[in-house]
Design a protein around this ligand. Structure first.
Ligand code: PRP
Ligand code: URA
Length: 208
């Protein structure tokens, strides 16, 4: 199921990211901030529980200590997914981080996996993270890689999606919820999202 996280703050920050004159530092800051804002929607259904010990407020009231029921693993697709992790970690400091090394072959647009490591945690919620969902090839390969290691509770959190990428992921994994900050129009002939924001990895890491 696709959820588009709509919010005026996200709209403004995304617009800054789309601007070709925006430099790496500002691009990264806005990406992190949008990732933080998206957490409100992506994790809104998580349950909490009361711990056995209590907290005491400065006003002298005793309350139960509340914790998330879930163990969360963030699984950024390298490289660009890394750019969203601090923003999510700021909201969920207990989240663990794995890494999925994957890049698109420039000609075939097919994903090539070169690294995979997730923390060993029992029954975690794994959130595959990547700013760009273009053809969907990388996300599908990443989710496949996660599931094949026995992790079954998976969500996909991206920033900008193309309709064809969303459709491809939905067809491959109808049970995986997809979250985007925006659904853009289409892909160009090189597989870039239009209007998009260009090559996310290059813009985050200043490699162009
Ligand atoms: C980008 C992006 C996604 C992928 C999306 O990564 O970060 O992982 O492309 O495209 P897709 O939906 O068509 O698979 P890229 O391959 O450029 O690797 P990089 O982050 O290492 O630059
Ligand atoms: N990868 C990117 O970084 N940008 C796109 O528009 C498509 C794939």
């Amino acid at each position: 199921m696709l959820t588009i996280v709509k919010h005026p703050l996200i709209e403004v920050k995304l617009n800054i990211m789309r601007d070709q004159t925006t430099k790496s530092k500002e691009f990264r800051e806005n990406l992190d901030e949008i990732a933080s804002l998206m957490c409100f929607e992506v994790f809104k259904d998580l349950k909490t529980h009361n711990e056995k010990d209590n907290i005491k407020t400065p006003t002298g009231v005793t309350l139960p200590r509340i914790r998330l029921d879930y163990k969360i693993i963030l699984a950024p697709i390298l490289r660009a997914g890394i750019g969203m992790c601090d923003g999510i970690k700021n909201m969920i400091p207990t989240a663990r981080i794995g890494h999925i090394g994957m890049y698109r072959d420039e000609k075939t647009l097919k994903p090539i996996e070169y690294y995979f490591k997730l923390p060993k945690v029992e029954n975690p919620l794994v959130v595959v993270v990547d700013p760009m969902l273009a053809t969907g090839g990388s996300a599908i390969a990443a989710i496949q890689a996660v599931k094949s290691r026995g992790y079954n509770d998976v969500r996909l959190m991206c920033l900008v999606g193309a309709p064809s990428g969303v459709k491809a992921v939905e067809e491959a994994f109808p049970e995986v919820p997809i979250y985007l900050a925006t659904l853009d129009e289409k892909l160009d002939e090189n597989g870039y999202i239009l209007p998009g924001l260009g090559d996310a990895g290059d813009r985050i890491f200043g490699t162009k």
